[in-house]
Design a protein around this ligand. Structure first.
Ligand SMILES: [Zn+2]
Ligand SMILES: [Zn+2]
Length: 213
């Protein structure tokens, strides 16, 4: 007897070589890339401090949206929130890293940001099989990456539609709305009726690279 298991993030059916995983390989790769993008000297987290430096707060700096009456302090409060030692990106990742170390019965001795990212990236293979909150972790990393990009004015590229919604409406016609992939939550959703659709990586790849069949 076979059980049909699905990725807990994108809901795609797991392939035979993915049996036993909570998340599919593609979602694990997205999380890996997120940790890589956050860390390092040119990573998103380093870019937050860069965005705080006064020399960068001019035309180059993060743009604030909203009303014209917004006071210009030269510093984006979103950047400060993300750098908060208690609730910012570092704190969020640190809490996952200490939790993983505890569950793996491993010592945890280097709380520096890049080291935390490296450690999490290194143990993704364990977490995708064994961590009880893998899907929450995957969503969290995607969210932190998206928040950082937004705060430093590197908003995620708007992706093209990846398909057409086939949800049956109450009048028994198909919705026909555009399906859009949302990287921060690893879901595909209809713009019209907001129904979540299975994530089709091949369709997303084709849409992004402009090679749609
Ligand atoms: Zn997946
Ligand atoms: Zn729809």
């Amino acid at each position: 007897m076979t059980t049909l298991a699905r990725c807990t993030s994108c809901r795609a059916a797991l392939r035979p070589d993915e049996r036993g995983r909570q998340g599919c390989l593609s979602c694990q790769e997205i999380v890996y890339r997120g940790l890589r993008d956050l860390s390092g000297r040119t990573g998103l987290y380093a870019a937050l401090s860069e965005a705080l430096s006064p020399s960068r707060s001019g035309a180059d700096g993060p743009r604030t949206s909203g009303g014209a009456a917004e006071p210009s302090l030269g510093v984006d409060s979103r950047v400060l929130d993300l750098m908060s030692p208690t609730t910012g990106v570092h704190a969020v990742l640190l809490s996952w890293a200490t939790d993983w170390a505890r569950l793996m019965h491993r010592p945890f001795d280097d709380p520096r940001f890049n080291s935390v990212c490296r450690g999490l990236a290194h143990h993704l293979g364990w977490a995708v099989y064994h961590h009880p909150a893998w899907a929450d972790f995957a969503t969290e990393i995607g969210l932190q990456v998206a928040l950082c990009r937004e705060a430093i004015g590197q908003a995620p590229r708007r992706l093209p539609a990846v398909g057409t919604c086939r949800t049956l409406l109450t009048d028994h016609t198909q919705c026909g709305g555009d399906l859009h992939y949302q990287p921060d939550t690893i879901t595909t959703r209809c713009r019209a009726c907001h129904t979540a659709a299975p994530v089709d990586w091949r369709a997303i790849h084709a849409a992004v690279t402009g090679t749609a069949a």
